[in-house]
Design a binder for this molecule. Structure first.
Ligand SMILES: [Zn+2]
Length: 445
């Protein structure tokens, strides 16, 4: 019999078998059992009864740009992981670009880990980057513990992280497939982007026209072809164009190893509502029309879309100029993803078990984080406790990320995160955050 140090009790615990009243027994940061709600609390264990608040497995956000070191005026491990903890997220996987250095060699990975170590309020893993000239670094990065590799097919927005052409993509994919690694891809085709009308404008419609659906559809089609040919594992990042869903569904049915994510902003915000000059709504690919959003939700319902992650990509306010063509592209939603998605999901008839599948289980599976993503014996005792019926109005002053710019300001959302738990420790108590206790995660650790 192991020593139980914590029992977390609720009338609504979301387990892989469904939602039920339960008492989660925790020993040394690991879930030791999921017991009956009225199970006796062992001597020496602390009881935390959260009543009717729902206990979810801690969310996993596999798409976060922390930008630390190098562009820490944009974001950093301290602020990003506090935002995560406040939002019910217990694990993030950091993107390889926008930090200096980018995560494209083992030395660079070690530099980033050193910076992150003392600042992590949640667990932090790292993606590596695939550049035109670093094929030789991919296997060493894989061996050093990155969860996969990110590449761009069109310009990334920062010069130290160039995109791959189709030939370079094939070379990197072949290398990665050789060790059964994962390539995660920003899929917009550069030729379609170059052919689209580009103009300086504060009108959202002009920006939308500059990033057409065809650019995504074509890039995804090419990526699927390459994955099929090389028997490689690929993942489509931040899907916005719903036109690509049939293509992805067909590839999956055929056995091509492709997965896909979408993001809260594509699923809860629409092109029609973006005010002139409101570049806090700018990201690439862009937020599209309401009818496109409906189709993305259908993609979630059908299981074609595997997960929802933030693509939290902040910058300083001065880079969010009112001109959509030159403003920095990126939406900051680490802290708000869960309530934003839950608010829209409940309106559309989904329940919290769906949200858990998309925002915890799905991203954990994508990255291969087998201790995360579910409330079951043997996994880390990571939890998000949520009052699903409570509402709040988004006030940028309440946000923990460094630059409090948000496309959600003023929105009233359902779902208040009342506490967040990391390996059995309460790291967020109604917005009061504990000292950092996050760990740096490496693949196969
Ligand atoms: Zn991103």
């Amino acid at each position: 019999m192991v020593d139980i140090d914590l029992v977390l009790r609720s009338t609504r615990v979301i387990t892989p078998e469904g939602t039920r009243p339960a008492a989660i027994a925790v020993s040394g940061g690991t879930i030791a059992g999921v017991w009956a709600h009225d199970a006796e609390v062992p001597a020496g264990a602390v009881l935390e009864d959260v009543g009717d608040d729902v206990v979810l497995p801690g969310l996993v956000d596999s798409h976060v740009h922390v930008n630390d070191p190098g562009r820490t005026e944009w974001e950093g491990f301290w602020t990003a992981t506090r935002a995560a903890a406040a939002g019910g997220i217990t694990t993030i996987v950091d993107m390889p670009l926008n930090s200096l250095p980018p995560t494209t060699t083992v030395d660079n990975l070690r530099t980033k880990q050193e910076v992150a170590r003392a600042k992590a309020h949640v667990d932090v893993g790292f993606w590596g980057g695939a550049l035109p000239d670093n094929v030789k670094d991919l296997r060493p990065l894989h061996d050093a513990g990155v969860y996969g590799f990110k590449c761009f097919l069109s310009p990334s927005g920062v010069e130290e992280f160039p995109e791959l052409d189709q030939e370079q993509l094939a070379r990197s994919l072949a290398e990665i497939a050789g060790f059964d690694g994962l390539m995660i891809v920003h899929a917009e085709d550069p030729h379609h982007l170059a052919a689209a009308p580009q103009k300086s404008s504060s009108q959202y419609a002009d920006f939308l026209a500059s990033r057409p659906r065809d650019a995504e559809n074509t890039a995804i089609g090419n990526l699927i072809d390459q994955a099929r040919r090389l028997d490689a594992r690929v993942h489509v990042l931040h899907l916005s164009s719903s036109d690509a869903l049939p293509l992805i569904a067909a590839a999956k049915a055929e056995g091509v190893k492709v997965t896909v994510e979408s993001c809260p902003h594509f699923l809860t915000l629409t092109a029609e509502e973006v005010p002139d000059g409101a570049t806090e709504f700018k990201c690439c690919p862009p937020i599209r029309e309401a009818v496109n959003q409906d189709a993305l939700w259908q993609g979630l319902a059908d299981g074609v879309i595997d997960c929802i992650v933030s693509d939290h990509s902040p910058s300083t306010a001065d880079l969010k100029t009112p001109d959509f063509s030159s403003a920095w592209g990126g939406i900051s939603s680490l802290q708000l993803g869960l309530p934003a998605i839950w608010t829209e999901a409940r309106r559309r008839g989904f329940d919290l078990t769906d949200v858990v599948r998309w925002m915890s289980e799905g991203p954990a599976r994508l990255a291969g984080l087998d201790r995360k993503g579910a409330i079951e014996t043997g996994r880390d005792a990571d939890f998000a406790v949520v009052d699903p019926d409570a509402t709040f109005t988004v006030d940028p002053a309440d946000l923990q990320h460094r630059n409090r710019i948000t496309a959600y300001a003023g929105k009233t959302l359902h779902g208040v995160v009342t506490s967040t738990w990391l390996r059995g420790e309460k790291i967020n108590d109604r917005g009061t955050l504990a000292e950092p206790s996050g760990r740096l995660l490496e693949r196969n650790n």
